[in-house]
Design a protein. Sequence first.
Length: 112
Amino acid sequence: MKIYHNPRCSKSRQGLAIVKEANVDFEIREYLKEPVSAEELTEILRKLDIPAIELVRKNERDWKENFKNKNLSEQEVIEAMIEFPKLIERPIFVKGEKAVIGRPPEKIKDLL
């Protein structure tokens, strides 16, 4: 299992605790320190089975200042998240061909 994690986020920390408690193998990816590529983000979206806009944290200042009220294409939304990784909703848990956003953290149990 791969966890796209932000240690400053309480939901991300709660999700990590659930995975640790489940005693499964996992890899942590601190995506703010080690950014994801457009290809990787596209693959995550496919596994989540959602459009890119549903992965955006729309209350972030970067979104409000640069993208709010704009009609962006799927690719433009992905590019926005690559340029401003804080826009990516977290935490994301990926296992095989499936992924979930850990909000609420209990959703992670669907992958375990």
